[in-house]
Ligand binder design. Structure first.
Ligand code: BDR
Ligand code: CA
Length: 323
């Protein structure tokens, strides 16, 4: 079994990614770290807790992480909207503040914070672990800054973030990297084996409303919650970022499913990927060196340029029905 730590800003697609990871026999979710992102840390942590309680998986520890990006909120003009939670926020329909599940009653976050957890766990680990960050990369970057040698105990980092062709938060930048570009830069240059699952891949793996109906008919708690969330995402995307054909991406789940079957992604190539953190129009933009203009830099990741929609939806459906 592959040990993984998830790093989430839960969020509907984070929730579906967590459900898939917990259902997969090949994965052992040793912990989940929360981070500010889709919403403020209070929301993303509680959403993670209530999901675990709903699924009856309270044994998985949750560590509360960073409540702000590393530095990008310091100049007021740069990140006026962070942390989120305001009713005007354009992704409201895609995520909402709270997951539509009962609030957690018994499940609590651990006393230790997420950054301290990474440092302790990775310093003491006898076995390498894979990290799966599907939100802003703040927690991991802070841990690397405090104790860089912990990278040696990381098997791989599978990141949902970045974009080559176009962004979603801005024309240039994908949301997770836009939230904390400095953190993305630190993690991308940390020296670990990294796979990046960007918008280029997740937008090719949209789930249709009719497929959400099939998932719902699977009848498990995970199926019912995930189907509801996918339908919420389709409504949100139809309003703000139409994908056509009554469908929406479930970004974060693709990163988890890639670990189970790499064929859900296509055109995965070694690439040097940089991040703009200049604070201007292209802040948070991933700079993907497809033409090798950075002639002196070796690839720092495998970058997925596409995905196989049918394989993704089939595996997603199977996992959600599994438990
Ligand atoms: C990413 O941004 C968030 O809104 C999603 O949860 C996903 O991780 C997609 O850009
Ligand atoms: Ca996310």
């Amino acid at each position: 079994m592959r040990k993984i730590i998830m790093d989430v800003d839960t969020g509907t697609d984070d929730a579906i990614a967590i459900m898939c990871a917990l259902a997969a026999e090949e994965l052992d979710v040793v912990a989940i770290c929360s981070v500010n992102g889709n919403r403020g840390i209070t929301y993303t942590t509680e959403n993670t807790l209530r999901l675990l309680e709903y699924l009856g998986r309270e044994e998985v520890p949750v560590y509360k992480g960073a409540h702000l990006p590393m530095v990008s909120t310091l100049p007021a003009w740069r990140r006026p909207e962070v942390p989120y939670g305001g009713k005007e926020f354009r992704e409201m329909e895609i995520h909402g503040d709270w997951l539509e599940l009962p609030p957690s009653v018994n499940k609590k976050a651990e006393d230790m914070d997420a950054v301290s957890f990474y440092i302790k766990y990775l310093s003491e680990a006898k076995e390498k672990v894979t990290i799966v960050p599907v939100g802003p990369l703040t927690n991991l970057a802070l841990a690397f800054r405090a104790k860089p040698e912990i990278v040696e105990n990381i098997e791989e980092i599978v990141i949902m973030g970045a974009a080559y062709a176009h962004g979603n938060k801005t024309a240039a930048a994908e949301f997770n990297w836009w939230c904390d570009p400095e953190a993305a830069k630190i993690v991308m240059d940390c020296g670990a084996k990294i796979t990046v699952i960007p918008l280029d891949a997740t937008h090719k793996a949209c789930v249709k409303g009719s497929e959400a109906d099939i998932i719902e008919a699977g009848g498990t708690k995970a199926c019912l919650a995930a189907a509801d969330m996918i339908k919420q995402r389709i409504r949100g995307y139809s309003t703000f970022q139409p994908m056509g054909d009554d469908m929406a991406p479930v970004h974060d789940a693709l990163a988890v499913l890639y670990m189970l079957d790499p064929q859900v992604c296509e055109d995965v190539r070694p690439m040097y990927v940089d991040v703009d953190f200049g604070g201007g129009n292209s802040d948070g933009m991933s700079i993907v060196d497809v033409d090798k203009r950075y002639y002196d830099r070796e690839p720092n990741c495998d970058f997925a340029f596409s995905a196989n929609r049918e394989k993704f939806v089939a595996l997603l459906t199977k996992l959600l029905k599994a438990r």
